[in-house]
Design a protein around this ligand. Structure first.
Ligand SMILES: Cc1ncc(COP(=O)(O)O)c(C=O)c1O
Length: 422
């Protein structure tokens, strides 16, 4: 037995003693490459058992929000219990300082300096800090696509109503097979009045991955801030900050990192911190401190601390291994359903253009009705998308999804397409 196997065995004993499955032991003892592992159901069955998900439903909406592995949820509960035993001492003086560990770990995972990382409550908060954080005059333009997230578009629309700025959007093709055209779309729609750009790392409607680095470079060359909506990007597939080279990146941590619900991260390049107003006021002395974006008043300390356990789980599993599995599960359903006459994929399956999230439409069958049918018939949860450009069913399995659950979903869609909703 080598050291790795021994450690794997030891981890299994510790975890099973605590009532946990042996997921971490499986990871420690596993030697296959991500590609070799992606369809190894024995390996994934151990990862699946690291979560306490309810198997009476088939949850194919991990893109919306994800459960945490038991080890993360347990840490959250432990921190909450300690906090509640005397919040003014345990929450503020014992737990809150540990937030710095989560900041440091997030920074390492993203490839940034801890002094560039703010822990927020979700992507919306980080994005709105940026979207509201620059002074704009009536007539100044902000630019994004028509497929950016609804709340982020509403944020700009509120500035339109309140301050008289101008929101410009342009269309993204569906399916999007050529993301260079998106960077070109941004460039074409820039004017001398453009003062801010928003770009989604991953479009929530279809899972399409956009060319963030190119758009960030376009903005930088013209002195226009480019805010990256990374809600679906971070910990979904492998990348670090240098692959994007952006100044502002906001993400949720309760989607693909599996941190407790109510966690997000905002990256701001160090030199850009003084120029960005926080959403809630901070002391003038904090102008250059990333923590000015965390001045939100009294809040639970427990949530942010459990980010560290989520990162440990993510790193143990491995970003490449996770992405390979997510792609395998997506291809399993998407290539099978695409063979049906009336089914059209609204997401490109080309490498690099999407990962675990994809959307399909059935000609002549309304998406919302098909989603209701999947729930009524087999308790399968998917997401109906009703957007002017995208009308379809979004499917986002995760590492806890069983191959059999994907097959059950495909069987149910297949019989609905062939025989109707009965
Ligand atoms: C593209 C995109 N941006 C922003 C958000 C907002 O994320 P949150 O609700 O975690 O703030 C979402 C949520 O689904 C999203 O898909």
């Amino acid at each position: 037995m080598d050291r790795r196997e021994f450690l794997g065995g030891a981890a299994a004993v510790t975890l099973s003693l605590k009532g946990f499955p042996d997921a971490l032991a499986a990871i420690a003892g596993h030697k296959g490459s991500p590609q070799e592992t992606k369809d190894n159901e024995h390996f994934w069955s151990q990862i699946q058992r690291a979560f306490t998900v309810d198997r009476s439903i088939v949850n194919l909406n991990s893109g919306g929000v994800s459960p945490s592995p038991a080890v993360v949820h347990d840490a959250l509960k432990r921190h909450l219990d300690l906090s509640n035993s005397g919040p003014s001492y345990f929450m503020w003086r014992v737990l809150e300082p540990q937030r710095e560990t989560a900041r440091t770990r997030l920074a390492r995972l993203f490839g940034a300096d801890p002094e560039e990382i703010a822990i927020t409550r979700n992507a919306s908060e980080g994005l709105q800090i940026c979207q509201f954080g620059f002074d704009l005059k009536p007539g100044d333009e902000v630019l994004c696509t028509d497929q950016d997230y609804g709340r982020m578009i509403n944020t700009f629309k509120q500035r339109v109503r309140r301050e008289g700025i101008v929101l410009k959007t342009f269309q993204v093709p569906v399916p999007c097979e050529d993301t260079a055209a998106i960077a070109a779309g941004y460039e074409k729609n820039l004017t001398p009045k453009t003062k801010m750009i928003l770009v989604s790392h991953v479009i929530n409607l279809t899972g399409t991955v956009l060319p963030v680095k190119e758009v960030a470079a376009l903005g930088r060359a013209r002195g226009i801030p480019v805010i990256v909506d990374g809600a679906h990007g971070f910990a979904h597939f492998p990348f670090t900050h240098k692959d994007l080279d952006c100044d502002y990146y906001a993400t949720s941590l309760h989607k693909w990192l599996f941190a407790p619900v109510g966690n997000g991260m905002l990256y701001v390049r160090k030199s850009k911190i003084p120029g960005l107003w926080p959403l809630m006021a901070a002391d003038e002395k904090q102008a250059a401190d990333i923590r000015k974006f965390e001045e939100i008043g009294t809040h639970p300390a427990a949530n942010a601390l459990a980010i560290s356990e989520a990162i440990a789980f993510h790193e143990g599993l491995g970003a490449e291994r996770k992405a390979a599995r997510l792609t395998f599960l997506r291809d399993r359903w998407a290539t099978r359903l695409a063979k049906l006459d009336r089914v059209k994929l609204l997401t490109s399956l080309k490498p690099g253009l999407a990962c675990g999230v994809a959307t399909f439409a059935v000609d002549g069958l309304e998406a919302a009705r098909l989603c209701d049918h999947l729930w009524d018939k087999r308790r399968i949860v998917v997401t109906p998308i009703d957007h002017p450009d995208v009308k379809g069913v979004r499917v986002s399995p995760s590492v806890w999804t069983q191959r059999e659950e994907i097959d059950l979903f495909c069987d149910t869609v297949e019989s609905a397409v062939r025989g109707g909703l009965k």
